[in-house]
Unconditional design. Sequence first.
Length: 640
Amino acid sequence: MANKGNSTTSHGGRGRIVALLIALGLGVYGVSQWSPSESSSGKRNDQGDGGLPKIPTVDIPDARIPVKEGASWKEIDDPSKDGWDTEVFTGKAMKQLKELGGLLTSSDELDEASVGELIAPGFECGALRPENLAMVLDDQHLRVDRLSSEPEGGTFQGAGGLVEAMRALTEPFPKAENLSFEVKVFRVSVVPEGVSTRQYFSFSGRTDTGSMEQHATWDVIWARGAAGEPPRMRSLRVVEFEETSSRQANGALFSDCTESALGGNSGYAEQFLLGMNHWFQRTQDRSPLELFGNPGLAVGDVNGDGLDDLYVCQESGLPNRLFVQNADGTATEQSSSWGVDWLQSSRSALLVDLDNDADQDLVVAIHGGVVVAENDGAGRFHLKEVLTSTVDTMSLSAVDYDLDGRLDLFVCGYNQSRVAGSESSGLGGSSAGFVVHDANNGGNNSLFRNEISEDGWKFVDVTAATGLGESNSRWSLAAAWDDFDNDGDQDLYVANDYGRDYFYRNDLGAERKFVDISEDARVEDSANGMSVTWGDYDRDGWMDALVSNMWSSAGNRIAFQSKFLKESTAEHRSRIQRLARGNTLLKNQGNGVFLDQSDLAGIEMGRWAWGSQFVDFNNDGWEDLVVSNGYITTDDTGDL
């Protein structure tokens, strides 16, 4: 992913459960093994596959991952035993809301009798699809209508009124297929009338002309149910509402072409489709984050035919894959012939031109270092260097930070530990004295200056020399470069999973130093940062930044209640609440200071957001935003 043509970023997506409210030590077990192979000269070596460094192996009796015995998650996280009555109530309210969703998706069951089971006497609501909607986008692909002011449309009372409001809500979905309803309660409080909840609501389906989505925020006042009885709604009010319709015949703006492009290769069915649940029991990787399936990929034209090719990183013991694109849109795996089917635990990759010879070279972050390979322009990569960095490498980025015409490399480091199960390994919360919002015990990041010349390939670690070595240990996941101050050089934002994010201004001069201006620029986000991307979203000539973080409904419910951390300071409570808020949009004001526009722009709720990118999807000159998100891929209904 390029920024103004002179910096490139890559990182792998990964998922993991962060217990916001429970201090739980998690031990992860496993082993890592490096398989020896022939070097490019055809001779065996004792450094591991392809000349890569070797890590000692540990023998275990079988490939199963040991699991600590003890109480289950449901036993540990039982709000009825912890005094969190509001959480117990939320579970009951969610069941009622899902019943309402079931009625919306089954119009033949929508009648006063069924609706009557959900409401209390005297129930009233406003229009669920407000009348005062304003069109905010209308092009060949999409139409978006949004609530322009306070909702209008009258008051609906009783079961009959709610049925009428629900039918009006579903009116834009004539003969729709694949109807889907979702709801997330993210605020709950006790009020004189009963209990108040605020929830995000979404309703979607396929129509004859495309697809339709409705997104809204609802406020509901509930009457508590008698013993053994569910709560019932006293009132329902729409706070926000947006309706989007696509004009694509099949309803989707994008089509999943993975199988058509890669399905002809044996590795697609034999490895990719099996998923990480299969490989969890077979992996030999002892990296703490191995169990979260975090490898990344890179896209670039490796053979100069004008078509983008794909390099996919994999876990230890599974070969990395290079797919070379064919003219018909399919891709053929050529990992072995190109010499890049490495078996090391690989985290992320870059396809960039490091030696300025007009072809794409390969950089791969592995558990233990960074592999640099030269593209010979004739169908093969040749290993040039293995750079020493933090053992637990994460994302990579390439940038000409010193303006010498050569791309340099920046490596994000996550964990300090080399051995899983040690005191400092695993999730951050497993180490003593760990502070989730202000951690400083992670791995170190590294900056390598490109000094390739006619005499050979060479990269020099200049982390300390450039000022990036100070306070450089905050569990970094991703970094992105751009010229935020329009002075001609590239500045650096680092998103940290634990601890405050870094923001460095590039002060070119005799010493070529970076200066940490995170606090002065007001960008010191501390919210499990997963990725960062730059873009001028408001087209004012100054580059803005989007940091993807995790949004948590449970965190939003609990962290904002008065009894949560009631002995803590207001600042501490605020920082913990920030962990649940979600994504951050930082508007560059052009004076060295950024303004947080997250709420105003409506981008906070990106679910569990792993990655992000500004892209102009509809070619209207405005940068849109795509955020990859999710964690559970099964039918699990647990509240994340």
